[in-house]
Design a protein around this ligand. Structure first.
Ligand SMILES: O=C(O)CCC(=O)C(=O)O
Ligand SMILES: [Fe+2]
Length: 284
C-alpha cells in the first residue's frame, strides 16, 4: 500500500504534463501556431483575472505563477524546445525568460504600442540565427516561443493576435529594404500580407502557442463586451536567451523546486549539465 499522503499523490497527478499530440505537431509545424481551447476552468479564470485587474504586470507571482508551468503547456514546450535526454523529474528541459500582461479595454488601439501594430518577428527566419524555428531529425525546435493565456473571450476580427501562418518557414524576404529587419515595414506587399493573416476566436481560459519566428501582430481591440486580458509568457532553449529577466532570488526561491529550474542560468557544459536553480546559478 502506498504511504504517500493523499494530497501529495493528487498534486503529482495534477501536474502530469499533457503530451503534444501528433495533430498538434502537424499544425504547429504547418502554421507556426496552435490554439488550445478552454484549458482553465471558471474558478481559475476568475481568480487569475482578479489578479490581473488588480494590477499584476507579469505572471511570476500569485496564482498567475501556475500558468508558467501549467501541465497543458509543459508537454508541448518539452516537445518543441528540448531534447528528450534533458527532461528530468527535478528540472524542466526548457527555460522561461519573460512574461508580460496586457489589459486592453474596448477601443484600445495599437498606437499605444511602440510598433503601432506592425506585423513582426523576433528575428527573420530567412537568415540563420539562434532564435529561429527549425525542424530536423523528425523534431521541432521552435526557437523563441510565446504562450498566450486569454482570460477573456476573443472574437475573430476583434483584436486577438494575428499570424501570417507558415511565415516561420519563409525562405524569401518580406520585400522591405533590409533583409534583417524584423518586421514587414516598408514592404510593398504589406497590405497583402496583412490581408493574409489568420485570426482566432476562443473562450476565456484558452491558450495560443506560437513561435516568434512567425510574422504576428497586435491589433485594435474592438470587442465591446470585454477587455482583452491576456498573459504573455515567453520560453526558450536551456541553451539560449533573448530577454533580460531581472527576476529576484526571493521570488524564485519561494517557487516549487521544479518551477525554479525554469530560471536557472543559461549554460550547459559538464556532467549532468545544468539542472538546478540556485542564487548563484540564476538567469539574469
Ligand atoms: O499584443 C499582441 O497581440 C502581440 C504580442 C506580441 O507581439 C508578442 O507576444 O510577441
Ligand atoms: Fe511580437
Amino acid at each position: 500500500m502506498s504511504t504517500l499522503p493523499i494530497a501529495a499523490t493528487e498534486e503529482s497527478e495534477a501536474q502530469a504534463p499533457v503530451p503534444m499530440t501528433e495533430e498538434q505537431k502537424f499544425f504547429f509545424d504547418l502554421r507556426g501556431w496552435i490554439l488550445l481551447p478552454s484549458v482553465l476552468d471558471e474558478t481559475e479564470i476568475e481568480v487569475m483575472k482578479a489578479e490581473v485587474y488588480a494590477g499584476a504586470e507579469k505572471s511570476f507571482g500569485g496564482n498567475l505563477q501556475k500558468l508558467i508551468d501549467h501541465p497543458a503547456v509543459v508537454g508541448i514546450l518539452t516537445e518543441i524546445l528540448s531534447e528528450p535526454a534533458f527532461a528530468s523529474d527535478d528540472g524542466y528541459s526548457f527555460r522561461c525568460e519573460n512574461s508580460f500582461i496586457t489589459v486592453r479595454p474596448p477601443g484600445w488601439d495599437t498606437g499605444e504600442r511602440s510598433d503601432n501594430g506592425m506585423p513582426h518577428v523576433v528575428r527573420p527566419p530567412q537568415q540563420a540565427n539562434a532564435m529561429r524555428y527549425q525542424v530536423a531529425g523528425g523534431r521541432i525546435f521552435s526557437g523563441l516561443t510565446r504562450v498566450v493565456w486569454e482570460l477573456e473571450e476573443v472574437k475573430s476580427g476583434q483584436g486577438g493576435t494575428t499570424f501570417l501562418s507558415g511565415s516561420h518557414k519563409a525562405a524569401f524576404g518580406y520585400g522591405g529594404p533590409d533583409p534583417y529587419r524584423p518586421s514587414i515595414s516598408e514592404s510593398p506587399w504589406e497590405q497583402n500580407m496583412r490581408d493574409t493573416m489568420d485570426q482566432y476566436s476562443c473562450p476565456p481560459g484558452s491558450v495560443v502557442i506560437f513561435t516568434e519566428s512567425l510574422i504576428h501582430a497586435a491589433n485594435n481591440w474592438t470587442n465591446p463586451d470585454s477587455s482583452r486580458c491576456a498573459v504573455f509568457n515567453c520560453y526558450n532553449s536551456i541553451w539560449a536567451q533573448w530577454h533580460r529577466l531581472n527576476l529576484g532570488h526571493e521570488l524564485i526561491s519561494a517557487m516549487p523546486a521544479k518551477r525554479q529550474s525554469l530560471f536557472r542560468g543559461t549554460w550547459a557544459l559538464g556532467a549532468g549539465g545544468n539542472q538546478t536553480y540556485s542564487e548563484d546559478n540564476r538567469c539574469l
